[in-house]
Ligand binder design. Structure first.
Ligand code: AMP
Length: 135
C-alpha cells in the first residue's frame, strides 16, 4: 500500500505545497512543531535513510537547502533544525524517507520531536505561499 506521502505526490491527498521538482517535493507539516515546519521528501517511496539511492539523497539535500533559504527569507527565524527520524524507535511514523525543516527562534520553547498540534489548513496554505514567494 502506498505511503501517505506517495498519495500526496500523486495528488490523491491534499497538502500545502511549497516546492517540487522531478525527484523531490516540499510541503507544510500538518502538525507543525513551529511556524513554517516543512517536510522535504523524495517522490519515490523508500522507507528509511539506508534504503535511499545516493543520488536521491543528494537531491533531497539540495531541496532542503533551497527551501531552508526561502524559509529564512520569508519567516525570518533565527535558525532551524533539520532532522530525520529513522525507525519507529527514533520516532519515525511515516515510512517514506523525509527530512523535517523546523524554524527556530531563541527561547521558542519548541520541542522538535513529537508535538502533535491542530494546525489550521488555511494558515498552513498562507505560510506555504509566503515561502513559495522566495522560491
Ligand atoms: P516522522 O515522525 O519523522 O515520520 O514524521 C512524520 C511527519 O509527517 C509528522 O510530523 C506528521 O505531522 C507529518 N504528516 C503526517 N501526515 C501528513 C500529511 N497528510 N500532510 C503533512 N504532514 C503530514
Amino acid at each position: 500500500m502506498p505511503s501517505i506521502f506517495s498519495r500526496i505526490v500523486k495528488g490523491e491527498l491534499p497538502c500545502a505545497s511549497v516546492y517540487q521538482d522531478e525527484q523531490t517535493m516540499a510541503f507544510m507539516d500538518i502538525n507543525p512543531a513551529s511556524k513554517g515546519h516543512v517536510l522535504v521528501i523524495c517522490k519515490a517511496e523508500y522507507p528509511r535513510l539506508l534504503d535511499v539511492p545516493s543520488e536521491l539523497l543528494a537531491a533531497v539535500a539540495e531541496t532542503t537547502q533551497k527551501v531552508a533559504r526561502a524559509i529564512m527569507q520569508a519567516l525570518q527565524p533565527e535558525g532551524f533544525n533539520v532532522l530525520q527520524n529513522d525507525g519507529a524507535a527514533a520516532g519515525q511514523v511515516v515510512f517514506h524517507y523525509h527530512v523535517h525543516i523546523i524554524p527556530r527562534w531563541t527561547d521558542d520553547g519548541v520541542r522538535p520531536f513529537g508535538r502533535p498540534g491542530s494546525a489550521d489548513p488555511a494558515e498552513l496554505e498562507t505560510i506555504a505561499a509566503q515561502i513559495r514567494a522566495h522560491l
